[in-house]
Design a protein around this ligand. Structure first.
Ligand code: HAM
Length: 417
């Protein structure tokens, strides 16, 4: 027996409807915002991720699935979607299209993390990227789109947290102040934070260990270091969110785990998923495209973890039961199956979802099966009916049976629905 690799999951036939429900809402709301889909490869050159996400991040330093291909190139399974979209934007000269360009993707992503509930090694993201300007309206619309999706899914108790990480200039001053503060506390922080002090100091602020949390709560705040432009930008965004009725909280602890962010960062969080409570994360990244060789362009985006959303929907009992087919065609014997298959095909053409006996079960077992798969109607093709050119139609919820000519089945069923 060969088992599934650690940190991965099958989506089984009896749960795939949950994925389809979530994905449909995402696609529909993307369309409502005129955001179009982009598809990029599952793997890229390793350098793309190390240059964009940053060598000092956990993702690049510890979590990437990297290997040499048979041509000796270093290849990495994508750990997220933003870098690939940026690569595609530059490579395909998408900047020559009218901006802003609004794109979404539905992808699997790979990170070698310690698996736990809501944290997988292969996981799935719905992500959105807006390219075109350093305009706060882009930030606002991206956040509003994420908010509409979470609302459209019917999720409750999700909080939007926002912060500004400033521009490279003000952030530099802030990081200096942060390091000066942490220098006094290096003996107290956890080993991971000791490492972060040198590699990724902003991440000191979102350590989950209680001692580090206490130290972070007294650390200098980025708000006090923002330059006037960054401060105005952030205030304008907060004003927009307020006036448009999107509730949020300013949280200086939102620093994000990837290096490419500038100014706005945000997360949608829930307290219902334990440590993996971030269902959506994103922000602005104005230097990423130029860092990988393109013309400078203001960008903002986010990604949602589909597994986490599905876990939360389950937790909140937000899924309605899966619907069965409209009809199951019950056939008494082989000759009836041959006719039943034709009946099924005609009903499908008329727009019904139809399942038909295929395996040689007894009539009794077929009725049981029709019940089990939650068919609305059993359409019975028996020898007697076949001779008369009719079929019986039994509504399984009330057991009422009627009979009609085979050619009238579609119409007959539509009247009884
Ligand atoms: P991220 O915060 O690394 O951001 O991931 C976004 C979301 O993906 C998380 O909030 C979480 O819901 C989900 N996620 C991340 N890692 C895992 C995992 N191991 N297992 C299950 N779910 C996970 C990004 O990926 C950025 N590219 C977002 C972005 C787009 N920023 C700008 N544009």
């Amino acid at each position: 027996m060969i088992n599934i690799p650690k940190g991965t999951k099958d989506v089984l036939p009896n749960e795939s409807y949950k994925w389809q429900y979530v994905e449909k809402i995402m696609r529909d709301i993307s369309k409502a915002y005129n955001v179009r889909e982009i598809r990029t490869p599952v793997f890229e050159h390793t350098e793309l991720f190390s240059r964009s996400i940053g060598d000092g991040t956990d993702v690049v330093s510890k979590e990437m699935y990297t290997f040499l291909d048979k041509g000796g190139r270093s290849i990495t399974l994508r750990p997220e979607g933003t870098a690939s979209v940026a690569r595609s934007y530059v490579e395909n000269n998408l900047e020559s299209l009218s901006l802003p360009l609004k794109m979404y993707y539905m992808i699997s992503a790979f990170r070698y993390e310690r698996p736990q509930a809501g944290r997988l090694r292969e996981f799935h993201q719905y992500g959105v990227e807006y390219y075109g300007a350093q305009s706060v309206y882009l930030d606002f619309e991206a956040i509003s789109l994420a908010h509409d999706i979470l609302k459209g899914l019917g999720l409750k108790g999700i909080l939007l947290k926002i912060n500004s990480l400033g521009c490279p200039e003000c952030r530099k001053k802030y990081v200096e102040a942060l390091k000066e503060y942490y220098l006094k506390h290096l003996g107290e922080v956890c080993d991971t934070c000791k490492d972060r002090f040198n590699k990724n100091p902003l991440r000191l602020l979102d350590c989950k260990s209680p001692i580090c949390k206490g130290i972070a709560s007294n650390a200098p705040r980025i708000q006090d270091y923002l330059c006037d432009d960054c401060k105005d930008y952030h205030e304008k965004l907060c004003g927009l969110l307020k006036s448009e009725g999107i509730p949020f909280e300013n949280d200086p602890g939102i620093v994000r785990g990837l290096d490419y962010y500038t100014r706005t960062v945000f997360e949608f969080v829930t307290s219902e998923l334990g440590a993996q409570g971030t269902v959506c994360g994103g922000g602005r990244y104005d230097n990423l495209v130029s860092d990988i060789g393109g013309k400078s362009v203001g960008c903002v985006g986010f990604a949602m973890g589909i597994e986490r959303l599905i876990m939360l929907l389950e937790e909140q009992n937000a899924f309605s039961a899966e619907l069965g087919p409209d009809c199951f065609v019950i056939c008494q014997n082989e000759e009836c199956i041959r006719n039943g298959l034709r009946v099924a095909s005609e009903l499908r053409k008329a727009g019904y979802s139809v399942d038909c006996e295929l395996t040689g079960k007894s009539m009794k077992a077929q009725f049981k099966y029709a019940d089990k798969i939650k068919a609305t109607f059993a359409v019975v093709i028996g020898e007697e009916e076949l001779n008369k050119g009719t079929a019986k139609v039994k509504k399984l919820s009330d057991g009422i049976e009627t009979e009609c000519r085979i050619e009238d089945l579609a119409q007959h069923i539509s009247k009884r629905k």
